[in-house]
Design a binder for this molecule. Structure first.
Ligand code: R5P
Length: 288
């Protein structure tokens, strides 16, 4: 049975349909003080998969409650599908006295389930922080398909950390790959310079893991326009759109914003349901 959290109802239904599995009925609401309440209305009797994203961060509490409720409702083995894993950018103690947030969240999720599946975490290394088997599926394939349809010539990584993903997407859609060099000044300001940037007269897609405040993407779009790119697409696996990200991107002159449904929003045109269901089905076959 697939059990959807309120953050991932659409994605959970798409995964259930691809896996030919029933969707369990879940009641989820908030108390007047904002605390969440969940109740699973069906008996589970067998393996269960909870699908719940963790952005906005209050969805994290609902994920914890849903996993606990699924176990109590009779789930024999319990998989947490967490399409966007929050808190993973604090994956180190950068300054003395900080919490190691990524480890806290990974351990807390692990305590409530038998397996975790996510999509493109900020860094693959965070998977080691879980104490149950964990894996990440990649959105490269579905993203590449969309970019192929838009006849993109170049896939651009906005920084070194994004290069491997951009190169993989570029290969899958038959485009060239290029990279910018980024220095973050503060949470809403970045500085960038090109490495080569041969984009004059070309259709370019900037591909990154997260669109947060949009400053990375907006700055990159500005550079592309200066360099003569005709059309620019911005593609984030996870679209958070904080502060005035959308406005900033539109002002920068972007042709289209695309994200996946790991965080559901107006730009979630790319679905990761296919890659998630393949990973879930493969494991089901392996374990019989
Ligand atoms: C940074 O390492 C990430 O890969 C993204 O580039 C970053 O989180 C995007 O943030 P923003 O949209 O605020 O520039």
């Amino acid at each position: 049975m697939i059990l959807p959290g309120t953050g991932s109802e659409g994605l959970a239904k798409r995964v259930a349909s691809l896996l030919h599995r029933p969707v369990g009925r879940v009641e989820a609401r908030s108390f007047p003080d904002g605390e969440r309440y969940v109740r699973i209305l069906d008996a589970v009797r067998g393996p269960a998969i909870v699908v719940q994203t963790t952005f906005p961060p209050q969805h994290l509490t609902e994920l914890f409650l849903l996993l606990d409720a699924a176990r109590r409702a009779g789930a024999t083995t319990l998989t947490a599908v967490v399409p966007y894993l929050a808190y993973m950018r604090q994956d180190r103690v950068f300054q003395a006295g900080e919490a190691l947030s990524a480890a806290v969240i990974a351990k807390s999720i692990s305590a409530l389930c038998d397996r975790v599946v996510t999509v493109d975490p900020h860094k693959p290394e965070v998977l080691k922080l879980f104490t149950v088997p964990s894996e990440a599926v990649r959105a490269d394939g579905p993203i590449a398909q969309e970019l192929k349809d838009r006849k993109v010539d170049v896939v651009l990584a906005p920084d070194a950390g994004a290069f491997e993903r951009a190169a993989s997407v570029a290969k899958l859609c038959g485009a060239a790959v290029d990279q910018l060099e980024k220095t973050r000044i503060d949470s809403q300001t970045v500085r960038m310079k090109p490495k080569t940037l041969d984009v004059a007269g070309k259709r370019v897609a900037i591909v990154d893991d997260i669109i947060s405040t949009g400053s990375t993407m907006a700055t990159a779009v500005g550079l592309l326009r200066q360099a003569g790119a005709t059309t620019t697409y911005v593609v984030g696996v996870h679209g958070l759109f904080l502060a005035n990200a959308e406005e900033r991107l539109k002002k920068a002159g972007v042709e289209e914003i695309l994200t996946t449904d790991t965080v559901q929003g107006p730009y979630s045109l790319v679905s990761v349901a296919g890659v998630l269901s393949e990973a879930l089905a493969a494991k089901a076959i392996k374990t019989g």
